[in-house]
Design a protein around this ligand. Sequence first.
Ligand code: C6P
Length: 410
Amino acid sequence: MASTLPYDVQAIRTEFPILQRTVKGKPLVYFDNAATAQKPKQVIDAITHYYSHYNANIHRGLHTLADEATAAFEASRSAVQTFIQAKHHEEIIFTKGTTESINLVALAWGNAFLNSGDEIIISTLEHHANIVPWQMIAEKKDVVIKVIPIDADGRLDMEAFKKMLSPKTKMVSVVHASNALGVVNPVEDIIELAHQHGSLVMVDGAQSAVHLDIDVQKLDCDFFVFSGHKIYGPTGVGVLYGKKHLLESMPPFLGGGEMIKEVTFEKTTYNELPFKFEAGTPNIADVIAIHPAIEFINRIGKAAVRKHEADLLAYASTKLRLIEGLQIRGDVEEKVSVVSFTIDGIHPQDLAILLDNQGIAVRTGHHCAQPLMSCLGIVGTTRASFAAYNTIEEIDVLIEALNKSIRMLK
Ligand code: C6P
């Protein structure tokens, strides 16, 4: 396919050491980016540099290393603030990842503000991380969870959503882009409608933050969450964005050092934002390494990457549609670069093993979205997800390997 690439993909590939390796004697084709993206050298180096040159605890020490570590940690917070266009620095809370961020809101906000009979709305497309924490708090608080249905292609039924909204709705928590299908939800409309009914909205941006331009002020979402490792950063670090007045009104999630102002055995007063929600020594090195990950994305530009990934998705989808018995799940216009498919008579797990033997990493199974799989009437899918460093040639390798695997399995 003749594609006018907006940047030099081969040059970008040289920044990722792992892309040089082989798997089972074949060049690695890494199409499991929705699970976790590979890391450029700058991110890996930032972690090594921290431990080699200025490893120290932050916000507490009165010495040079502590000052340097604190400055780098807070510079990362500023980079995240700009990355998602948050109004205030202190609206950025560092967590372990999307999962912890959602738990923080569900449990800390939910404990304080949910009452018996209240309602929470989620969607059929949710990852387990945006289902289970709500079930935990719903059980405790006697709250009802409602689920927005989807059509056969994974589009949300917005008419059904409108009918679900009522003064009882206290929180709408929806995924921005589905990890299992790639479908992008109309979160702008969801936020506007929910706000008209007085409900808060949390957006699970685990799959959208790396692909889409995020402006939390324009979106007007109340909470936005994502993970560092899916934006070319390290594992073990994520972000909770919350509107300042909401975070201020919420009780802390965890108690301990850093989150306090003053402790006596009789009473403790809590620290100001963002420290109120960052109890204990944080994952300093990995928070610092989010900064070069964001710089990497900004250097190429999200629009250029989006164009490249859209080309990859269109090419892969066209080729996949030619395979007999193959069905793309979530075959809609508004998608991030995820293609999920099933093949008649073939179990995704068997396919994954054969693809791995040919050096290709894809994800198979329910993708931590079991209710979605049940709704679609399938056990799981095979999912290929593309990143800035993937190429058309790699898709050709996948298609050839798929055809070979199907011949072996049928
Ligand atoms: N999805 C995937 O392969 P954590 O694990 O906390 O970084 O992210 C959880 C999570 C929450 N929401 C969505 C939409 C997600 O995609 C994920 C992670 C990975 O699809 C691992 S299951």
